[in-house]
Write a protein of this length. Sequence first.
Length: 208
Amino acid sequence: MDEVSNLKTKIRQEVLDKRRSLTTGDMKSRSNVICQHLIDLEQFQQSKTVLIYVAMPGEVQTGNLFQTGLEQGKLMAVPIVQKDGNPLLLSVLSNRHVTELFFNKTNGNHKKSWRKTGFGIWEPSNETIEPIDVSKIDLIVVPGLGFDRTGMRLGFGAGHYDRLLSKRRKTTTAISVAFDFQIFSEIPYCDHDQRVDMIITESEVIKP
């Protein structure tokens, strides 16, 4: 277990270092390509309810996915991290949520339907939360730090998405988006770690 933990720590640090070296323009252009690959997939086109993470700096930026999903009439939802290790709370977004966060060039204080956590993550404000169960989700867009070609994923270590993915229905597709440098020959894993069904980068769509 210690060896697995040490290997995971090494991969996390390597990816974080590479992410920090990306310029804002490079990150944006790469993210646009990755998101377009996802939008073009049949799995995205046919999904009626989609769960997508709100990206932090350094992650594949997901604003285009939210905009396209709403334009296509999909129900869009985001995960909310709860305290004390409780499962992720999933909340449906309104048009106002998406417009305020991604397309209004306003100061963060004017995003009335959002709040910023201590970790710098935007989440729907308490009064705008509209819970939805994971069983209602057709497609989950999963963040991560490292991936391999078997679909194994490495996150920050809290296990939020492993628990979420273990409760999804069998017909729910889990797709991760990542930069090319986040793909490794092998990701060390434990019994509780969950795989994703597909990984999309700038240059390829990996289907384990």
